[in-house]
Design a protein around this ligand. Sequence first.
Ligand SMILES: [Zn+2]
Length: 225
Amino acid sequence: MDAQQLWEGLDEAWREAFRQAWDAVRGGNIGVGACASTVDGEIVHASRNRVNEKDGPYGEVFGSSLAHAEMNVLARLGFRKDQNLVLTSTLQPCLQCAGAIRLSRIGTVRFAGHDVYWDGYHEFGKLAAREGQRRRRSAQRFGPRDDELGAFGLLISRFRLGNPRLGDEGFEATLRAMGEGPVLDLAYQIEDGGELQCLMPMEVDQVLAAIWPRLQALTAQYRAI
Ligand SMILES: [Zn+2]
C-alpha cells in the first residue's frame, strides 16, 4: 500500500481529523486534530489543538494548556444532545480528554497514534466503585492503529515547535524509556533539518506521501517490538 491508497481508503472523519491536526502544526500548536461524527459518518464538529493560539472560534478553548483537540470538539456538542456520536482523534486521548469523553455522549472513540504515556487512563471504573457501576457505559474504543497512519498521528504530535514540554529532559527521558525514541528522533530530524518548514504549505495527504518511506520503516520497527 502507498500513501495515496491509504488516504483514499479512509472515511471522511479520519481525513478531517488529520487535516485539523496538520492545521494545528501550522498554527504552532501540538499536532492533534479530532472530529465528532454520527454513526452514519456525518461530521458534527471538527477541531484541533489550540494551546498556543491567541484567538479561536466561539465556544472553544485556546491559549491554554487545556485546549486539546478532543476538548474543543466536545465543547461544541449540544448539552445532552447528539447521543452515540463517534469521536475520531489523531492521537490517543490524554487523562483530561478521556475524562471529558467519559462525561460526554460519545459512544465510540477511534484514535490513530499510540500515546503510550496515557495508556490505561480511560479506565475510570478503577477509580471508584460507583463509577464502575454507573449505567452509562464507557465509549467503545478502537485504537491505536498499527499502520502508517498511527505512526503519522503520533509523529506530528511530537514536534517541539508547539510542545515546549518536549524540551524538558525529564519528560523526554520518560517518553524514550516507554519506547518513543524512534518517533522523537524522526520528529526532531524533520524539524531541525528545515524539512518541516518545507512541508508546512502542503496539504496533510501530501505530507503523508512525502514522508511515507520513513513512516513505513517506523511502523515496521514498532510492529517488531
Ligand atoms: Zn487531551
